[in-house]
Design a binder for this molecule. Structure first.
Ligand code: ZN
Length: 265
């Protein structure tokens, strides 16, 4: 069976790929990664995401302000983000969320921007992409509040939190996406979480250029062609075939993000 994977989180808009986007997209497609999302972290990278998405049928854009750059974002940036969100190749808002690991942006500013994304997602009926680093309780509190009035449609990206948080997110309607970290030797607890996510809420991603999965760990830059290693790891953990998990995760991504059937010619 031909694979048709979706890499739900890449940063092909980062400078590491300036000279190589065409090659990297080509290698991804050759490995069965038929669709991929390019995610913005600020205004400029969101603009670049839309630009790449306009150039490649396989690429879709996610536009937003990441918590670690929120202190530099202006109202004018947000206006531009909203305009770009209406682009036909934009499929979600983000990445947004909260981060207590880095100390770049005051926490209340991060919360204000996360709330803006959540409200806009509800208003425009767009899914949203959540970055959460050492801020599980804070993210959950805001998601629960947002989830009071609606079933949430979003992605917990590069998930690295605990079981309980993941299951509450699922209850609120969220999808949970795993990156290369789940393949690392020390990640037994994370693999247990990955085994417990309902099949229809599971997604895969590279988060490239970071987090190359085993057996490519440490090889920089990571790229979408390597998402297959994460798929294979999750298939083993869940006791299903890679084919079955490929089909399931791709169907999940297409349904959540409204991606078209790719042209498999
Ligand atoms: Zn990211």
């Amino acid at each position: 069976m031909a694979f048709a994977l979706v890499d739900t989180h890449t940063h092909l808009n980062s400078k590491e790929f300036n000279e190589s986007v065409a090659e990297v997209v080509g290698r991804a497609v050759a490995e069965g990664v038929r669709q991929m999302l390019v995610v913005g972290i600020d205004r400029a990278s969101s603009e670049r995401a839309v630009e790449i998405a306009s150039q490649y049928a396989e690429v879709f854009a996610v536009v937003g302000i990441q918590p670690n750059s929120a202190h530099q974002a202006t109202e004018a940036d947000w206006k531009t983000i909203l305009e770009m969100a209406a682009h036909p190749k934009s499929v979600a808002l983000g990445e947004t969320g909260l981060d207590r690991y880095w100390d770049h942006c005051p926490f209340d500013v991060q919360q204000r921007w996360f709330q803006l994304h959540l409200e806009q997602a509800a208003k425009s009926e767009m899914p949203f992409v959540v970055h959460c680093r050492e801020a599980e309780a804070d993210v959950l509190a805001m998601l629960k509040e947002a989830g009071k009035s609606q079933q949430l449609r979003g992605i917990m990206h590069s998930y690295a939190g605990d079981m309980e948080t993941a299951l509450v997110c699922v209850e609120l309607g969220m999808h949970v996406s795993f990156a290369g970290m789940v393949t690392f030797k020390k990640s037994d607890a994370l693999r247990e979480v990955a085994a417990a996510i309902p099949a229809d809420r599971l997604l895969i991603e590279t988060d490239c250029p970071y987090l190359s999965p085993e057996p490519k760990r440490g090889k920089f830059p990571n790229e979408p062609a390597r998402v297959r290693h994460t798929l294979d790891c999750l298939a083993v953990v869940r006791g299903v075939s890679s084919e079955e998990l490929a089909q399931q995760t791709t169907q999940n991504a297409r349904r959540l993000l409204g991606l078209p059937e790719p042209n498999l010619e």
